[in-house]
Design a binder for this molecule. Structure first.
Ligand code: NOJ
Length: 574
């Protein structure tokens, strides 16, 4: 069954304003009781996601994998790992999701395979210079006897990006040694991934999240970075802005120009979102457009520090970028690679309070939103996991671990794992702290000031309120056609509606206020966020319809305490 479009929007454009919920499959819901989440678990919780009010799910990799990097090491791109279920489980899940009006985005991991992939085992079994080795990046070493790595590149997980095989050659891995990089100048590699896309499109997926989308092509000759940093000491950032010979090479765009017609040949608006970073907004913009990809994650929003200035700058830049690329931007606060934002914003009650305010700010902006599972429950990072339970491969190499944002979700009940698996299930693969009892879905359901009910209310309003369409004016359409707000550059305070229909309002230092213009006659919505140290009284924007904390009413306006956000509506006059 196909999914119907949002009112007033063609089906092909669904992604422009969608709220996409990221499911980290191994930590979402465990149907078979082995302690690890699975596709049947996702299926069983689809009604929860429909009721939450999201439009689509992005599922992290569930393909056959030795799970060295949580499934980002794929051994078979066309099959489900037994720990997550079967292809039949996937088919049932997507059928049910579509019937509930939820779209499905799957992860595709094209930069590298697992070292257990048949191509890599064949490469290891074949001599240097063989056709089998040419699908990867094998090279001879430097120095006497070739004992030194072929160049000075470093793994993002720490240490050299090269591992030596018994016959003396080295192979490249930008991540773990168990994740050898593919040679994307090889026609067989290109043909294989085009076929993998079709495989999942034929099974009904609505889109792809492209892992390391800026990394597949390496500069000819694999030149040194040449910054003089001794091997093993450069900490490369996956999403940094540095110009590097293995990121954002011009030829990577040929790959997406070949993928786009494949996506477009299927009905219903099949899309792709890039996990990519480039030196400048102009270079990032090149990934997006009618002949390449639909979106790229806006990680600046996630990286913004808790201040009005920081968010104002990031929002302005993102809206300006949307204008450059001709597509609404994305907003992300958390994902499976980053410390959860409750903790980044100060942890405990303070972090939660700020996270709730940030949610209202994000959900009032135009464009699409990516939520990370558990943020609707206000979950913090789990900081005290025992080292021996940590599974992130980066932990052994750098001491940094992403396990604390991957702890299985609490659904119900009084004892760990709080309904993550059925009664009598094996312990969850990572333990939930006792404080999560009060954060479970059932513990928060129906509790008016819970974070879950805040997200539910905000998502409902985002869907229903006339001032909150994600793409009111064809954001990024330089002509601003089709809507009341126009799509000019970012507006200054009090100026006309800017990109995507955002109009900044005059406000005290430390306070952000922006209005979303509504169609003629409908009420305007203003989001006010108080980042400052003092309460502010909001008088000019009408009645509060949702606030991130429960507030007492006041005849003279609404007092927004520090670290609080509110949505206000007022009929448009004149
Ligand atoms: C980015 C993914 O989000 C991360 O989890 C993974 O470790 C790397 N890419 C390598 O695939």
């Amino acid at each position: 069954m196909s999914v119907s479009p949002a009112p007033g929007r063609p089906a092909e454009d669904w992604w422009k304003s969608a709220v996409v919920y990221q499911v980290y499959v191994r930590s979402f819901a465990d149907a078979d009781g082995d302690g690890v989440g699975d596709l049947a678990g996702v299926r069983s919780r689809l009604p929860y996601l429909r009721d939450l009010g999201v439009d689509a799910l992005w599922l992290t990799p569930f393909y056959r994998s030795p799970m060295v990097d949580g499934g980002y090491d794929v051994a078979d791109y066309r099959d489900v790992d037994p720990v997550f279920g079967t292809l039949a489980d996937f088919d049932h899940m997507i059928t049910d999701a579509h019937a509930l009006g939820l779209r499905i985005i799957v992860d595709i991991v094209p930069n590298h395979t697992s070292d257990a992939h048949p191509w890599f085992t064949a490469a290891l079994a074949s001599p240097p210079g063989s056709a089998e080795r040419d699908r990867y990046l094998f090279r001879d070493g430097r120095g006497p006897g070739g004992d030194l790595p072929p160049n000075d590149w470093e793994s993002i997980f720490g240490g050299p990006a090269w591992t030596r095989v018994p016959d003396g050659q080295w192979y490249l891995h930008l991540f773990d040694p168990a994740q050898p990089d593919l040679n994307w100048r090889h026609p067989e590699v290109r043909a294989e991934f085009e076929d993998v896309l079709r495989f999942w499109l034929d099974r009904g997926v609505d889109g792809f999240r492209i892992d390391v989308a800026h990394g597949m092509i390496k500069a000819e000759g694999l030149p040194d970075v040449g910054d003089g940093v001794p091997a093993g000491q450069r900490q490369v950032e996956l999403l940094g802005r540095a110009r590097l010979p293995y990121f954002d090479q011009d030829e990577v765009h040929d790959i997406y120009r070949a993928w786009r017609p494949i996506l477009d040949s299927y009905p219903g608006g099949r899309m792709a979102v890039a996990e990519a970073w480039a030196e400048t907004p102009q270079r990032l913009a090149r990934y997006i457009g009618p002949d390449e990809l639909h979106q790229a994650f806006n990680f600046d929003f996630l990286d913004a520090t808790w201040s009005a200035d920081s968010f104002r700058k990031v929002i302005d830049t993102a809206l300006a970028e949307a204008t450059i690329v001709g597509a609404p931007t994305t907003w992300v606060l958390s994902n499976h690679d980053k410390q959860r934002h409750v903790t980044r914003y100060g942890d405990g009650a303070l972090g939660l309070r700020r996270a709730r305010a940030a949610a209202l700010m994000m959900l009032a902006l135009p464009g699409s939103v990516y939520l990370y599972q558990g943020e609707e429950l206000g979950l913090p990072e789990v900081l005290d996991l025992p080292d021996e339970l940590r599974q992130d491969p980066a932990f052994r190499r750098t001491g940094e671990s992403r396990d604390g944002c991957r702890v299985p979700l609490p659904w119900s009940g009084d004892v760990p794992p709080y309904g993550f698996g059925p009664a009598g299930a094996a312990p969850a693969w990572l333990p939930a702290p006792p404080t999560w009892r009060a954060r479970s879905v059932t513990a928060q359901t129906g509790v008016p000031d819970s974070t879950l009910e805040l997200y539910r209310a905000a998502l409902r309003l985002r869907r229903d309120h006339p001032a909150l369409p994600g793409d009111p004016a064809g954001a990024g359409d330089p002509a601003g056609a089709g809507g009341p707000a126009g799509a000019g550059g970012p507006a200054g305070a009090g100026g006309p509606a800017g990109a995507g229909g955002v109009r900044w309002r005059e406000s005290e230092p430390g306070v952000l206020a922006f209005s979303r213009a509504a169609p003629a006659g409908a009420p305007e919505l203003t989001c006010v966020v108080n980042f400052g140290d003092e309460p502010v009284t909001v008088r000019d924007y009408g009645t509060p319809i949702l606030t991130s904390e429960l507030l007492a009413g006041d005849a003279d306006g609404t007092t927004l305490p520090t670290d609080t956000a509110g949505w206000f509506v007022r009929p448009v006059t004149g």
